[in-house]
Design a protein around this ligand. Structure first.
Ligand SMILES: [Zn+2]
Length: 238
């Protein structure tokens, strides 16, 4: 076997490791989806709060309106029964006014009851929206923490693998510079995989069967053997 081949295979394994670590880093959950869910929950909670506040403001208005209507009615009634007003036309007008104010009060009280029902349902909706928001906040926090921890791990592994790769590449290029160049050329063309171990009697990369004499050559001779199907350097001890 070519004497640099075991070291070249070790280099390939480091390059594969680096490739996978880089891919894992690129695919790391950045929390975008949980952030979107949190923002949605936040908007829903704000909406529920605004609805509740609107209902409560309306209730205050209705309540004030009821009080002022009642006050006006009492005012008319006390003047009406005070005996000070004697003009029948004026008394008629005042009685009509009292009736109108009573109808207004009834209408306002109905409205107040409706609003109180709305307030109950709006309070429940607000509480539940806030609960959903709290859960979404927690999920986001956990996702970001997990993601940061995982990123740290991967970056540390990657730094270690790159360092090991550097010295392994130096070792191989010192042993056989032409082979190292060939390896780098193939790796650039063949999706980062330039060396394929022989698995059983097959190429470990493209899985095609390798003729027995080629495997024997790879073991016995100093020449390297290339897979006829995928063009990768075969490592016979894989
Ligand atoms: Zn192959």
């Amino acid at each position: 076997m070519n004497q640099a081949l075991p070291d070249l295979w070790a280099l390939q394994q480091l390059d594969t490791q680096i490739f996978e670590l880089e891919r894992s880093l690129a695919r790391l959950d950045t929390g975008a989806e949980t952030l979107r869910r949190r923002d949605e929950a936040k908007e829903a909670a704000e909406h529920a709060q605004a609805r509740l506040q609107k209902i409560e403001a309306d209730l205050t208005d209705v309540d004030l309106n009821i009080k002022s209507t009642e006050a006006k009615r009492k005012d008319y009634e006390s003047r009406l029964y005070s005996g000070k007003v004697t003009n029948p036309k004026e008394l008629d007008a005042m009685e009509q006014e009292v009736e109108m104010l009573k109808r207004n009060s009834d209408r306002l009280e109905t409205r107040e009851l409706e609003l109180m029902e709305d307030q109950t349902s709006a309070r429940e909706a607000h509480a539940s929206a806030r609960q959903v928001l709290a859960e979404a906040e927690q999920e986001l926090k956990e996702t970001l923490e997990r993601s940061a921890a995982r990123r740290g791990e991967l970056e540390e592994q990657l730094a270690g693998a790159r360092k090991a790769r550097e010295s392994q590449a130096e070792k191989v290029s010192d042993m056989d510079f032409a082979l190292y160049r060939k390896y780098e050329g193939l790796r650039a063309k063949l999706a980062n995989v330039a060396v394929a171990p022989v698995a059983g009697a097959n190429c470990g990369a493209c899985n095609i069967q390798i003729p027995g004499y080629l495997i024997r050559d790879a073991r016995a001779k100093d020449d390297i053997v290339i897979c006829e199907s995928c063009g990768r350097i075969l490592y016979p001890e894989g």
